[in-house]
Design a protein around this ligand. Structure first.
Ligand SMILES: Cc1ncc(C[n+]2csc(CCOP(=O)(O)OP(=O)(O)O)c2C)c(N)n1
Ligand SMILES: [Mg+2]
Length: 124
């Protein structure tokens, strides 16, 4: 929704660090469809997302991708740690695409109509 701002980031050489958690869905909406509408996924599939690394490169912003496996082990490998450190310390704008499982959910959440005290901490 903010792609054009990459042009400003580049023009002003703003040292902003951008992380895209790419689950290939409108995930917050998909989670509701999964949990409360029996996985009736409507208009949330983004499996045809563009390659965000290529998009950043078109704006001459350095970009790279981190697969989900890279963060599965903790502490992360030396290679991943070095890459993240370079990313954070870079004086340039940087964009990182972090591939995320399409059905990873976010908790806690409050179901529609429920009280805050009824928040869900995990899937039933
Ligand atoms: C301009 C605008 N349109 C619609 C929404 C409603 N909305 C909130 S979260 C969301 C899905 C966002 O998907 P994504 O950016 O892929 O993030 P994810 O939930 O997958 O982490 C939508 C459509 C919004 N907040 N702003
Ligand atoms: Mg998403």
């Amino acid at each position: 929704m903010n792609i054009q701002e990459l042009a400003t980031v580049r023009r002003l050489a703003l040292p902003i660090k951008i992380v895209i958690v790419d689950n290939k869905y409108l995930g917050m909406v998909r989670q509701w469809q999964q949990l409360f509408y029996n996985r009736n996924y409507a208009e949330t599939d983004l499996s045809d997302n563009p390659d965000f690394v290529d998009i950043a490169k078109a704006y001459k912003i350095h970009a790279w991708r981190l697969g989900e496996d890279a963060l599965r082990q903790w502490p992360v490998s030396q290679e991943t740690g070095d890459a993240l450190e370079r990313f954070l310390k870079s004086p340039e704008p940087e964009l990182l695409v972090f591939d995320c499982h399409p059905e990873a959910n976010v908790f806690p959440m409050v179901p529609a109509g429920a009280a805050l005290s009824e928040l869900m901490l995990e899937e039933d």
